[in-house]
Design a protein around this ligand. Structure first.
Ligand code: C5P
Length: 240
């Protein structure tokens, strides 16, 4: 597969067209951003860690019957994916109270939830990705009612698989964000990435954080934290 022109550059990834139809190349960058771009850093090794972790997780999901845009890992920092049109929604699943929900509801971080919560945020940087309701999704025409149900069901399925997979590695899946896209045939497909940038991952025993909160809250080395996740998932973390 040949890498052709740059299609899109986001905060953490670049997306290139390839010589194969409907196949795109995702290149993971070393940039770390938080607070909607308000905090930024270049962190050597981050792109590789997220590419490896995301590839392993998409492979695990495929093994469990959950399809995604992921085709295969190409190199340390690159993967091939199926082309989709991203649905402008961030689908967040929460198992344990943390982050923005903890703030919004005034409930202490770490409080377990009786059942997983699914939330939708509107993907719009200028608006700061606001939390929205299903009626808002209707008004915005961001997805149909049927698609919203499909997104919820798919997100909860992903949650089941990831909870048990991370549990085997001694990690608690606190919450995470998913994105979905539509193929040219109109099929909804899990897309984007699943990595410590998009999940909260805590040590089962100590509650130590191995995710982007380390960067957001300045509480340690991001690459050390992400390497722990890659190691525990069975990958080879860098010793650089
Ligand atoms: O900040 P908040 O608590 O709403 O985040 C919930 C989950 O979604 C966290 O795991 C966070 O890393 C992820 N998230 C993300 N991208 C965003 C917002 C949240 O990956 N733009």
């Amino acid at each position: 597969t040949e890498k052709l022109n740059l299609l899109y550059e986001g905060k953490a990834k670049r997306i290139y067209r390839t010589n194969e139809e409907s196949v795109l190349l995702v290149s993971y960058k070393n940039s770390a951003t938080a607070f909607n771009g308000g905090k930024k850093a270049e962190i050597e090794g981050k792109g590789r860690l997220n590419n490896e972790i995301s590839s392993l997780l998409f492979e695990k999901l495929a093994e469990k019957g959950i399809e995604s845009h992921f085709i295969k890992k190409l190199s340390e920092t690159e993967q091939l994916v199926k082309e989709v049109t991203i649905v402008p929604l961030e689908v967040v699943v929460r198992n344990i109270m943390a982050g923005s929900l903890s703030k919004r509801l005034g409930i202490e971080e770490g409080t377990p939830l009786q059942k997983p919560i699914v939330e939708f945020y509107y993907k719009d940087d200028a608006l700061g990705d606001p939390l929205i309701t299903e009626d808002h999704i209707d008004v915005l025409e961001a997805a149909t009612k049927e698609q919203v149900q499909e997104l919820k069901t798919a997100a909860l399925k992903v949650n089941d698989v990831l909870i048990s997979h991370f549990k085997q590695c001694g990690i608690r899946l606190v919450d995470f964000k998913l994105e979905f896209g539509l193929t040219s045939e109109g099929k909804l497909l899990l897309a984007d990435e699943i990595s410590p940038d998009t999940c909260r991952l805590w040590d089962e025993e100590t509650n130590e954080k191995f995710d982007k909160d380390v960067f957001r809250r300045d509480i340690g080395s991001l690459t050390d934290a992400y390497s722990v996740i890659l190691n525990r998932l069975g990958g080879e973390a860098a010793c650089t």
